[in-house]
Design a protein around this ligand. Structure first.
Ligand code: ATP
Length: 309
């Protein structure tokens, strides 16, 4: 067994390197052969994973050490190949992907879980989302959002405040800050959504989130019923709602209570098109991808993942 680690030194505002050092100790003390690569910029996770797989025909376990952005890039590099297996160590600010698999946040515990998964050969195929926007293609592992949630995610990710708060382990507060800021200024607008050929128009939509996994925004259970191995998405649409009630969506989202509100519609399907007439910002796994109409499809059983669920 040879493990290939891809470490994003910038994740969790640089604290991922401390996590990597702990993992490195565990790998060495378990006498596991390994190679490690460090990303230098956005997109490196994909490039590195692809080049590892291009250089061998043997099954290879690739382990991103970073947050959801890093896992997204590595999955993007792995999924076109049949011999790449994903393991992962959560080392980001949000870690919604690992939360969806109930993976421990503690690095050494997460590593022990990974070793157990390898020993038990417990890899399983999971779905990913594929999107096209402005003729660009990409993937998402957790969710793709259009509107209010994208506005919050994009501002929070770009914010210097996130870096400062991460230093004192309060990085998630930045989402609360931008939630309140956007709540005061965001203008709802029309979104037309097609799911497997059925069209629904939402006059005053705040946001639509296409979910492959249950969590977004660092622990909010936006789509409690989403399962990454059921071959379909859940689309959560929040619409025709007062500003005050949007706040209650975000208060109840932690346990999934928002799904019972009449202003929250839930659609399910494999192919989704969001006609983004309002040019709302769009994110995929928290990264900004554009402001146009988006075509989304599920890629079932796209990637083998080592998780002892
Ligand atoms: N060396 C680097 N310097 C700056 N940015 C990098 C570097 N390597 C990768 N990146 C980019 O950093 C971004 C953030 O990484 P990531 O999402 O893993 O961490 P995070 O934001 O702390 O965690 P989360 O997304 O779970 O909140 C990704 O878009 C990735 O492409």
């Amino acid at each position: 067994m040879n493990l290939y680690f891809i470490v994003n030194p910038a994740a969790k505002n640089g604290q991922s390197m401390k996590i990597w050092k702990k993992i490195e100790q565990s790998v060495k003390s378990n006498q596991i052969p390994f190679e490690v690569y460090f990303t230098k910029q956005r997109g490196d996770g994909k490039t590195i994973a692809r080049s590892i797989l291009e250089n061998t025909n043997n099954p290879v376990t690739i382990v991103p050490v970073g947050g959801d952005g890093t896992v997204n890039e590595v999955v993007d590099g792995i999924h076109p190949f049949n011999h790449g297996i994903l393991g992962f160590i959560p080392a980001g600010s949000g870690n919604d992907f690992s939360r969806g698999f109930s993976l421990p946040n503690h690095p050494k515990q997460a590593f022990q879980r990974l070793l157990l998964s390898i020993k038990n050969h417990s890899e399983k195929k999971y779905d990913i989302g594929q999107f096209t926007i402005d003729q660009k293609k990409g993937i998402f592992i957790n969710n793709l959002g259009c509107g209010f949630d994208a506005q919050i995610a994009i501002h929070a990710n770009q914010s210097k405040l996130k870096q400062r708060l991460n230093r004192i382990f309060l990085g998630k507060l930045v989402y609360v800050f931008y939630l309140i800021k956007e709540l005061l200024t965001f203008q709802p607008s029309k979104l037309t959504i097609q799911v497997d050929g059925n069209t629904t128009a939402f006059d005053k939509a705040w946001f639509a989130t296409v979910c492959n996994h249950p969590f977004f925004g660092g622990g909010m259970k936006i789509s409690p019923a989403s399962k990454p191995d059921d071959g379909q998405f859940e689309v959560i649409v929040v619409h025709n709602i007062s500003r005050m009630k949007v706040l209650s969506v975000f208060l109840t989202v932690f346990w999934g209570g928002h799904t019972k509100m009449k202003e929250v519609s839930i659609l399910k399907g494999k192919k989704v098109t969001i006609l983004n007439e309002a040019s709302f910002p769009v994110h995929a796994d928290g990264e900004e991808i554009g402001k146009s109409t988006i075509a989304i499809s599920i890629h079932s059983e796209a990637v083998s993942i080592l998780v002892n669920e």
